[in-house]
Design a protein around this ligand. Structure first.
Ligand code: F6R
Length: 357
């Protein structure tokens, strides 16, 4: 039930801090250590490479997961769009593990890949929000997102939940392999939840940003580098699907190889800057688009050197920054859709669960 909320999407965005706390609870034991089932642990311990397979927002979460798995757990990880997997079947390692990311657990494109990999005798782990869903039943093991039902077509809390659960998996693999851990995950996730609360209590700020940058524009760009570029893809997807603004998510450095031709006087460019090592270069890209007339909005994070006229989010460990940076752009997409009179929860041409290939 959406209760006093105008839309399910707004309610579900608001639930994200509680979802993160719920995930912490479900995946830790009484000592505060990460606890996964023996089944999941043995599946990942046998793997020499992870193949994440997903669609849409779940794919975008997978891109972030790849970075976390490679950097924290040191396990090579690839991310594939389900509907392309059959044509661009990658060369598989000797002990591949397939990880299916799916909020609904019913996405036909993903299921088709699962059927194929099982036929070939490979193992699969599904991360889903829906216990008993098809992808859960047909995989060897399941990790649940514990996000509660997601009703709005635009996926929000499932994205952050998937990233949190992927980080937990990465930490568990790292610990099993005796790798040095850069920080303690569960306390940092708890801090992330607190920061999410504070962002969600200041929604007017993002409504203002949305009014200034998105309300009347026909098109927009989200730019970033590294993990920020992955979040930009999700930002562009959110904006496209509910506000029908033509939106592109782009790695900042790639703009000058073509797309910068689209920048005109007033084109909104939203830049995400949460990763210290990308700071200088992405600011260079912002200058390039501003010189061509862009209306640039910078959303950065404490911990990167920033300027006064930008929106600065509280600091979290850079590898978990997507959990925070995605919130302002989910909110901006929501308010843009509202301002443009769009049906936020039921955008045109879309269904919550895509059960055809
Ligand atoms: C975007 C959106 C879709 C889904 C995609 C995968 O907001 O909702 O892109 O993310 O259809 O769905 P699941 O995760 O259920 O497999």
């Amino acid at each position: 039930e959406k209760g006093t909320y105008a839309h399910y999407m707004l309610k579900e965005m608001d639930e994200q801090p509680a979802v993160i706390r719920n995930i912490i609870q479900h995946y830790q034991n009484e000592n505060g250590d990460i606890e996964l089932t023996e089944g999941v642990r043995s599946l990942v311990s046998e793997a020499d490479r992870i193949y994440i397979v997903a669609c849409g927002t779940s794919y975008n979460a997978g891109l972030v997961g790849k970075d976390i798995l490679e950097r924290i757990a040191g396990i090579p990880t690839e991310v594939h769009v389900s509907s392309e997997f059959g044509y661009n079947m990658p060369l598989l390692s000797s002990r591949p593990l397939f990880v299916f990311l799916s909020q609904s657990g019913e996405t036909a494109d993903s299921r088709a890949v699962l059927v194929e990999v099982k036929k070939r005798g490979y193992k699969a782990l599904t991360m889903t929000n829906v216990p008993g869903s098809t992808l859960s039943r047909e995989a060897n093991e399941t990790m649940l997102l514990h996000a509660g039902p997601e009703i709005a077509v635009a996926s929000t809390k499932a994205y952050t939940a998937q990233i949190a659960v992927l980080a937990i998996l990465a930490y568990d693999i790292a610990r099993a392999n005796g790798k040095e851990l850069p920080f303690e995950l569960m306390p940092e996730l708890a801090r992330v939840a607190t920061i999410m609360d504070s962002i969600m209590s200041q929604k007017e700020l993002f409504e203002d940003l949305s009014d200034r940058y998105l309300k009347t524009t026909p098109n927009t760009f989200f730019i970033g580098r590294g993990l920020d570029a992955s979040v930009c893809l999700e930002g562009a997807l959110k904006v496209k699907e509910i506000s029908y603004i033509q939106a592109e998510g782009y790695p900042g450095g790639e703009l000058k190889h073509g797309s910068i031709a689209l920048i005109e006087d007033g084109t909104p460019v939203i830049a995400l800057i949460s990763q210290p090592k990308t700071n200088l270069n992405i600011r260079g890209n912002v200058k390039e688009v501003v010189a061509r007339g862009a209306n640039a909005c910078i959303i950065s994070m404490q911990g990167v050197e920033h300027e006064n006229d930008e929106f600065i989010l509280p600091h979290v460990e850079p590898i978990l920054a997507p959990l925070i940076t995605v919130l302002p752009i989910q909110l901006m997409a929501y308010y843009a859709a509202l301002a443009r009179g769009c049906d936020v929860d039921k955008p045109r041409n879309l269904a919550k669960s895509v059960t055809v290939e």
